[in-house]
Design a protein around this ligand. Sequence first.
Ligand code: GLU
Length: 430
Amino acid sequence: MLASKFMTKKGINVGDKVRIKSKGNEFVGIVLPSAEFLEIKLDNGYNVGFKVENIESIKVLAKGKTPAKPARAKLKQDPSLPLVSIVHTGGTIASRVDYSTGGVSPSFEAEDLLASVPELLSIARVKCMLFSNILSEDADFRFYTELARALRKELLSDSKGIVVTHGTDTMHYTASALSFIFENLPKPILLVGSQRSSDRPSSDAAINLINAARFIAKTDFAGVGICMHASTNDDFCYVLPGTKARKLHSSRRDAFKAVNAKPIAKVSDAGIEYLSDYPKYTGGGLKIYDKFEEKVGILKVRPNMFAEEIYFFEEKKYKGLILEGTGLGHIGITRGKNKENYKAIKSLIDSGCIVCMTTQCIFGETNPNVYVTGRKLKALGVIFLGDMLSETAFVKLAWLLGNFGREKAIELMPRSLRGEISPTRGINLL
Ligand code: GLU
């Protein structure tokens, strides 16, 4: 039985103090948000998880208190300042730690951000919207489509730009998705998250939001970017290009970096310093292509692979696959059982699936012309993607297949549409 079900059955809530007997031992602690295992925080600060089946008895010693909501900000907007829309989707940036349980829960509504970051109101007029309150690992293609539709309204409004508050785990996938969905973007969309929740002294929520608002208020950048902490001090943020950024650290506040690209700008108390060329609005109506093909996957290449791993995508009728290859974009196909990998890729391509190759090195690019492996794969019809990030390639392939079909997807995968392939790195692709 799942712990969550067990808790409902026993009338146990997160925050309750309980005594548990399991496998002859006794434990006292505070119940944490639990899914599969029942988790409690012991007095010594450690968390323990129990399989429900192993719990011999459980007794509630004290009921937990429902944490009070923080006071709402009094919105005193300065009419002379530009309008910035903040669309909240979820993640740590709008979460807080419940110190009675030690759990982080996505519990703020968008306006509550202003209670913790009142400085925003001296930079811009702020309009907040709650789109969703999800952890970004739960995002799917439908989330991208619906978010784009919600953002469209803001893009056509009189706001100078949009901040999308978002969980950091998959922020770079969403940044890529929005980059592709919108054509002729008239204004900036900046994804902003935080690695530490806003009620912790080391939180980066405020600096990320403030710098995003600062940038939007002044810039003529018209594209999708990520605005996040960029150093180990609380001094500046980078605005990173939406299709060329990646979360490269699981916990540091400067987790996001531009990969095979420069940041667009450095933003701090001192203002905006542009570091590379960036897209500007040159006219034309906003276009939205918001569909995605569901049957697209990524397979990380590694030693000792089995052809059956590749046949899986054929059996399950996938329409697209990104092979995240080793080095210049390789998968073993020449020796021993690896020869079966070659047959499996051929069969997959013959079934109509588009197979593309990126590099798991992260930095650098694929090149099919250097080794025999690359040449054979290219001859089979594997599409090499240069320095495009695997995550971006995954989103792009699903997006191309969803909106334009197979032939167009084959033509456009190795061409840069939103800066996803560096201009100097596309030479080996076509
Ligand atoms: N894993 C959650 C998410 O990506 C929280 C982490 C965060 O926001 O940094 O939404």
